[in-house]
Ligand binder design. Structure first.
Ligand code: F3S
Length: 399
């Protein structure tokens, strides 16, 4: 790769061992993908995970004196203070969380602990070159905003945050953002939940190609968040287009860069119904309800509050969200309503963290296939359904 003087100085260790390691990794990635040179990034987001490899890497960079040039926002961890009121936290879990928080603080990250940074605090503009990890974030910023990022790992995004540059390859190039398969959506798409199913099902029909959806009408931000999260979880899809809606797809021709689509598939109500039946556990008695994967917006919190107002939940109900939305829910009275019904709103937390050990071996409801997918390895079972039905079933204790 051709490096400029400053990049070469980083690689030579003139800015310390941490920055040198970050640049070394980026050069290796760039060479693997035939990137000719580096380009500057103006935003970054790191999918912090609190897991041992994550901690090992960030501590290694910190020990080498690295500090972020482009401070990243970071993914959810778990909020020790809030969880101590809900369950016992084991000392080794508390230790890894505290060390992770400390390391990210030292490296200069913006400690947002939120997996929807593209809706608040880290919103790119069209064409901006960035380095984002996190499965719902990469498709959202590539597709909905027309900003540019590759499907980064937490570590490669952290390297970009430290060096301020990223190898020029992949989705940063015009030609790699072209649609690869036309997806005619004939399904009704009535609720945001239908977009969860569409996102999960599409890669099964199209493989890991860039889909161009035709026939979607004005999806909400929650629908787009769901669509991207499931496309990327179910099929490594980090960019998609919606004809007449997303900025690089004003028309079908626009989305395919003037070429005729070589592959066309159709998705129907029957396809989505079958997907739903394949994904979910059978109904019956439930022990809890868990929402917010990705983190709930204030509108979704309001939907839950409207349903449970003045009622008592039969099983515990948890909503994960950003600290900003949790504060908003307090200011707007939703927090009080949900607490009075027996629910909890927790900030800064991911379902893939050890703070949920008290739910292992139990059966819950969620509106998120991604939540159900990740928690299988932690022995949690989920019935997956539309949000309104999930909340109503939490009031009854069965679905
Ligand atoms: Fe967010 Fe964790 Fe789900 S990062 S999208 S709550 S897996």
């Amino acid at each position: 790769m051709k490096l400029n003087e400053e990049e070469q100085a980083m690689l030579d260790g003139k800015y310390g061992k941490g920055t040198q390691l970050a640049m070394k990794i980026q050069v290796a990635v760039g060479e693997a993908f035939d990137a000719p040179y580096m380009v500057p990034v103006t935003r970054t987001h790191v999918a912090l995970s609190n897991q041992e490899a994550d901690l090992w890497f960030v501590e290694k960079l910190v020990a080498g004196g690295a500090v972020c040039k482009i401070p990243p926002t970071v993914n959810p961890s778990f909020n020790l203070e809030q969880f101590k009121c809900i369950t016992n936290i084991e000392p080794e879990d508390e230790d890894i969380v505290k060390r992770t928080h400390e390391a990210y603080k030292k490296i200069g990250a913006i400690l947002t602990y939120n997996c929807t940074p593209y809706l608040e605090k880290n919103v790119p503009r069209f064409g901006e070159i960035t380095s984002f990890s996190e499965s719902s974030a990469t498709p959202f910023i590539n597709s909905v905003y027309g900003a540019r990022t590759n499907r980064e790992a937490a570590q490669s995004a952290l390297c970009a945050a430290v060096t301020g540059v990223t190898p020029y390859y992949g989705y940063l190039l015009d030609e790699n953002r072209k649609g690869e398969v036309l997806v005619n959506v004939e399904a009704d798409m009535k609720t945001d939940f239908d977009y969860q199913m569409l996102g999960y099902f599409t890669p099964q029909k199209t493989g890991f190609k860039i889909p161009v959806f035709n026939g979607l009408k004005n999806p909400s931000k929650e629908a787009l968040m769901n669509l991207g999260a499931q496309l990327n979880t179910g099929g490594n899809v980090a960019i998609y287009h919606i004809v007449g809606f997303t900025p690089e797809a004003k028309t079908i021709e626009d989305a395919f860069h003037g070429e005729t689509p070589k592959e066309i598939v159709t998705i129907t109500n029957e396809d989505l119904a079958k997907m739903r039946a394949d994904l979910t556990d059978p109904g019956g008695k439930i022990d809890f309800a868990l929402f917010g994967c990705p983190h709930f917006t204030i509108d979704q919190i309001k939907t839950v509050a409207d349903i449970v107002e003045g009622k008592k939940l039969a099983v515990p109900l948890f909503i994960m969200t950003s600290s900003l939305s949790r504060n908003l829910s307090m200011q707007m009275g939703f927090y009080e309503i949900i607490k009075a019904a027996g629910g909890e709103i927790v900030a800064d937390t991911c379902m893939d963290q050890p703070c949920w050990k008290f739910l292992y071996g139990k059966k819950g409801v969620t509106d998120s296939p991604k939540c159900a997918y990740y928690t299988k390895r932690r022995d949690m079972q989920f019935v997956i359904s539309e949000l309104t039905q999930c909340v109503e079933s939490a009031l009854k204790g069965e679905i």
